[in-house]
Design a protein around this ligand. Structure first.
Ligand code: MIG
Length: 766
């Protein structure tokens, strides 16, 4: 289609290349980030993921050769050929990624007769007709690729040989590795090759398609039904650079409030205040630490958003206040669907303001969700967002500490919304086809902005649907999983890939949402939940209750052990989030992120890293009481036995029901809090440091855990340096938060020593 290259011109950071049949624009965003663009549906980028100017003014050179045009930055060489084929090389000339020069050779032929048979039995039908997409980029497969990322997809860590779609979907059946799409669309992946790594972010909100070498193994491709050719090639020395660059573009998950990193209990089916009180009281009576209880849709009056069900939950806000007295925080659910009911304030306001999506006929578009007939806020309209942001005040005034956004794919009960339902894209008329995949993203943004405006604390928004960049506004969970071992297994690669895709504050429903959990499955799930950023036990109406005490003494003890461990490790989690805000690296990481040259870990589905220092190797198989563990090169310590292990090999470790195998890298210092029942129960003015021998440095962050004062310098930064000779040095690198730790408790080789602290450097002999 593009044909021969004719001419080019450079303007600012962009090189416009004219071809016989169209034009391409290559923009240098940074030395390591290149945008490849061609206008197909509209002129500009209109990115929903990228906010603000990301292009840095960097020097680059353009060379017009006979065969190709070369654009050279400090890190990359981009060669543009006839037909708008674009190849990427490293600065030293090593090929990273080339466009495929042939055509796709997929075969999707099936005769009418068999098609009819498939249809008759209710099978999913293959996509027929032209296999090429309106927007399509086919990359040559060099043969050594592993693929990661793609947001929240089912299946395994390495996406090679699988294909996926981006179309936010609420599918109630058990999610299997054959699923093409779940609730989130993050069109970004990382390609890891034997000697290099790069990322590609295809910033297209339409229904899009990713085939990572399933169709043929000499190419992979991504494409979309509509929109522009608009992708970012992301280079870097190593995988963490790719994640850093991707989150530089699309934003980073900000530091959350400390309490949100505690434990959460939820259930769709707490029907009244009594149910909630009972659960809360039981947690406190059994001394299982917990901060947050989630109110699912039953707290609303007739499932009408921003209302309160007084009949079952009493006077608005009273229950939240009562729970607050014993340290509980409440998060309330909000769906986008607004009940279409004359006289209902939200509906009337939305109608008056023109805030709802409309059908082609010009009438407000109706479908059905929980409240019955419902209309859909048009979150692409800035005024709708502002209105929705204002509505958050209702929850804030009730005393809620966060909002949980569900059903924002958007899900609908009477079939999906039609492609042509009219939505707004900021200042332009748009439609559902273009805005579907960013619906939840923009709802999160509106919610975030409301909480930002009406509450001084850092907004706590949880969302089910996402697009690239949603991490700036919301935490996310993986939606309706089930109490299946396969789903516990999947949780590991799922969270790892979400983390690589920028979604850092994430978790699965611990115990599984649908289907009935078994005691053993709950024990094993809480061991994964303990190390998941969002740690919430949640279950569905119609499935058995799932609170930790319902399955006997052993299950209770295991739950308690891991929830307590989570509270001890809170400062470590908090440090990881602070690091995430700074560098974009997620708390949960696949081993490949830090050991990309180690081929053993490229398909590692059964282990993950929590930061760089802790390796989690959970048992995720029914009946297993042993685990086959791989530790990457280097020295490690078994967290439980403190036994030293040399990495670079596999071994079998005992893992009875109460043991989740855990390893800590030599030279680590892990900060711990003293046991607590909830954040705020007592002053966190003592820090316990677990020291694992070896040379190492750890920087610890401390602030008030709630508001944005840290951005104005109201935080303390401590440096802990351990040397193999047995010393630990503690030094304050930044002092801005008035409450310094009063005391450090150092634990090393079974010995515990206490040191008072007044801000002066300490040198300790371990
Ligand atoms: O399809 O609000 O994923 O967490 O409990 C049911 C009820 C709608 C789906 C969410 C789930 C929530 C449930 N919701």
């Amino acid at each position: 289609m593009y044909g021969k290259r004719k001419s080019y011109n450079t303007k600012g950071g962009s090189v416009r290349v004219c071809f016989e049949g169209g034009e391409g624009v290559i923009s240098v965003i940074t030395d390591e980030i290149i945008n490849v663009f061609s206008p197909v549906s509209n002129r500009g980028h209109r990115s929903k993921a990228i906010e603000g100017e990301k292009a840095e003014r960097v020097d680059f050179k353009v060379n017009d050769g006979a065969e190709y045009l070369e654009i050279k930055t400090r890190a990359l060489r981009v060669r543009v050929y006839d037909g708008y084929k674009v190849d990427f090389y490293s600065a030293s000339g090593e090929l990273l990624c080339a466009d495929y020069r042939g055509s796709r050779r997929g075969s999707r032929q099936i005769s009418e007769k068999f098609l009819a048979l498939l249809r008759a039995e209710g099978h999913e039908l293959p996509r027929l007709g032209d296999i090429n997409y309106k927007i399509q980029v086919v990359k040559r497969m060099e043969g050594d690729e592993a693929f990661y990322g793609l947001g929240d997809k089912t299946g395994f860590l390495n996406k090679r040989h699988y294909d996926y779609e981006m179309w936010n979907s609420d599918l109630p059946a058990a999610h299997t590795d054959a699923f093409k799409a779940l609730y989130k669309s993050v069109p970004f992946f990382i390609t890891l090759r034997k000697s290099c790594v790069y990322g590609i972010f295809f910033d297209n909100t339409y229904h899009s398609y990713f085939d990572m070498g399933k169709e043929k193994d000499d190419y992979y491709y991504f494409g979309a039904d509509n929109g522009n050719l608009d992708y970012y090639f992301i280079g870097g020395e190593a995988m963490p650079d790719i994640v850093r660059n991707y989150t530089y573009l699309t934003g980073r998950a900000p530091l959350p409030q400390l309490f949100t990193l505690g434990y959460h209990q939820s259930r769709w089916g707490y029907e009244n205040a009594g149910d909630v009180r009972e659960v809360a009281a039981k947690y406190r009576a059994l001394k299982i630490p917990i901060d947050t209880i989630h109110f699912d849709i039953d707290y609303m009056d007739g499932y009408k958003v921003f209302t309160w069900n007084e009949a079952d939950f009493g006077e608005p806000g009273a229950l939240i206040e009562e729970l607050g007295k014993s340290g509980f925080k409440v998060v309330t659910i909000i769906d986008p669907g607004v009940k279409a009911e004359a006289g209902y304030e939200i509906y009337e306001e939305g109608l008056a303001g023109g805030y709802f999506a409309v059908a082609q006929t010009g009438e407000v578009y109706e479908n059905a969700v929980w409240p019955g007939d419902a209309v859909f806020p048009d979150f692409g309209n800035p005024q709708t967002r502002e209105w929705w942001a204002d509505k958050q005040k209702f929850l804030i005034e009730l005393g809620a500490r966060g909002v949980w956004n569900d059903m924002n794919e958007p899900a609908s009960f009477r079939g999906g919304l039609l492609d042509d339902v009219v939505f707004t894209d900021e200042d332009e008329r748009s439609n559902h086809e273009a805005m579907h995949n960013v619906y939840g993203h923009l709802m999160s943004k509106a919610s975030y902005e409301g909480w930002r405006k009406y509450d001084e604390r850092r907004p706590f928004v949880i969302t089910r649907a996402c697009y690239s960049g949603s991490q700036k506004y919301a935490a996310a969970w993986t939606g309706d999983n089930q109490s299946l071992w396969a789903h516990l297994q999947m949780a590991i690669p799922q969270m790892c890939n979400m983390g690589l895709s920028g979604l850092a504050f994430i978790g699965t429903d611990v115990g599984g949402f649908g289907a009935d959990v078994t005691p053993e499955l709950l024990c094993r799930w809480v061991q994964v939940g303990c190390f998941s950023p969002l740690f919430r036990n949640h279950s569905s109406r119609g499935s058995i209750r799932q609170e930790p005490w319902l399955f006997g003494e052993e299950t209770l003890a295991v739950n308690k052990k891991y929830i307590e461990l989570r509270y001890r490790l809170l400062p470590y989690f908090y440090d990881l989030f602070w690091e995430c805000e700074e560098k974009g690296l997620p708390p949960v990481r696949p081993l490949a992120l830090h050991y990309e040259r180690d081929e053993e870990v490229r398909d590692m589905n059964g282990e993950f890293l929590l930061g760089e220092r802790v390796l989690v190797a959970p048992v995720v198989e029914q009946g297993a009481d042993r685990k086959l563990v791989y530790l990457p090169r280097g020295e490690w310590y078994d967290y439980w036995t403190k036994e030293k292990k040399t990495g670079g090999c596999w071994f079998v470790t005992e893992a009875p029901i109460d043991v989740c195998p855990l390893y800590v890298r030599a030279g680590s210092v892990l900060p711990n809090f003293k046991p607590m029942q909830y954040v705020g129960e007592h002053e966190m003015d003592e820090l316990i440091l677990d020291v694992y021998g070896g040379n190492g440095r750890y920087v610890h962050f401390q602030d008030n855990g709630e508001d944005f004062a840290y951005r104005d310098g109201a935080y303390n930064k401590y440096e802990f340096v351990t040397l193999a000779d047995g010393t630990l040095k503690i030094e304050l690198l930044h002092r801005g938060y008035e409450k310094l730790y009063r005391k450090f408790i150092i634990r090393y080789r079974g010995r515990e020593q206490e040191f008072a602290f007044k801000g002066d450097p300490l040198t300790i002999w371990l």
